[in-house]
Ligand binder design. Structure first.
Ligand code: PEP
Length: 252
């Protein structure tokens, strides 16, 4: 099964709308000609509309970093999947470890959001990963298994096939400490085997699994060449055109 690699830049709470627009203009030039990699950027909410304007018809896709599960209502401060779909988002990041750590995101919430996103034609990028304590206690597989079971509970197999799962060990996010390619592969293979158990072989063969955690151009190739790693979710290194385009070129 050939899965197209997907490189997504999670900008977190960085870049104003004008900075974001300038960035994607430059990224389009810097990554032109790399045609076998799907490229996605996830700007903060205020930048989504202007960036969508620049990216209309472009090879670069747009993601939101979060959403709520209701279509509309009295939910102050929240953004709905209907709104994201209308402005041209194709993806939405769900369950990022920073949302779990600072904003109380749970697997059950991620599951409700995943259902709502799929219902509106958005593709969830579902983030899972163990903390340092959990890894050191030998609990990585148990933790990631519970996250996958909770986040994907009850989803139809064909929807799971179209998802992106980002394996992001929490201790590697923003720390400069990357999982070794062998460790990242081991957990990614375990995730794929779990998807096969829960949703069938076809979903497991088709679902794309990204690695995330201090990815940069220098370590991209070794990670991406692992059989069960189909791309990267990139934080810090996606904030500079040179490093993000470098990761994209190393993938292509
Ligand atoms: C992330 O925020 O998803 C991430 C992987 O960050 P970084 O690349 O900076 O570790």
């Amino acid at each position: 099964m050939v899965r197209q690699p997907i490189i997504a830049g999670n900008w977190k709470m960085y870049k104003t709308p004008s900075e974001a627009v300038e960035f994607v203009r430059r990224l389009q030039e810097a990554s032109a000609g790399v045609d076998n990699v799907e490229i996605v950027v996830a700007p903060p909410f205020p930048a989504l509309v202007p960036v969508a304007g620049v990216l209309a018809g472009s090879f670069i896709g747009l993601a939101a970093q979060n959403m709520f599960w209701e279509a509309e209502g009295a939910f102050t401060g929240e953004v709905s999947p209907v709104m994201l779909a209308e402005i041209g988002c194709r993806y939405v990041i769900l369950g990022h470890s920073e949302r779990r750590q600072y904003f109380g995101e749970t697997d059950a919430n991620v599951n409700r959001k995943a259902w709502a996103a799929l219902d509106r034609g958005l593709v969830p990028i579902v983030c899972v990963g163990e903390s340092l304590d959990e890894r050191e206690a030998g609990r990585t597989e148990k933790v990631v298994t519970a996250q996958i079971q909770g986040c994907l509970a009850g989803l139809p197999a064909d929807a799971v096939a179209g998802l992106v799962i980002a394996y992001e060990p929490v201790w590697a996010i923003g720390t400069g400490r990357t999982a070794s390619p062998a460790d990242a592969q081991e957990v990614s293979a375990r995730i794929r085997a779990l998807v096969a158990e829960l949703f069938g072989r076809e979903a497991a063969d088709r679902v794309r699994i990204q690695y995330g955690g201090s990815v940069k151009p220098e370590n991209t190739r070794a990670l991406i060449s692992q059989p069960d790693i189909d791309g990267a979710l990139v934080g810090g290194a996606s904030l500079k055109v040179e490093s993000f385009a470098g990761i994209i070129r190393e993938t292509g």
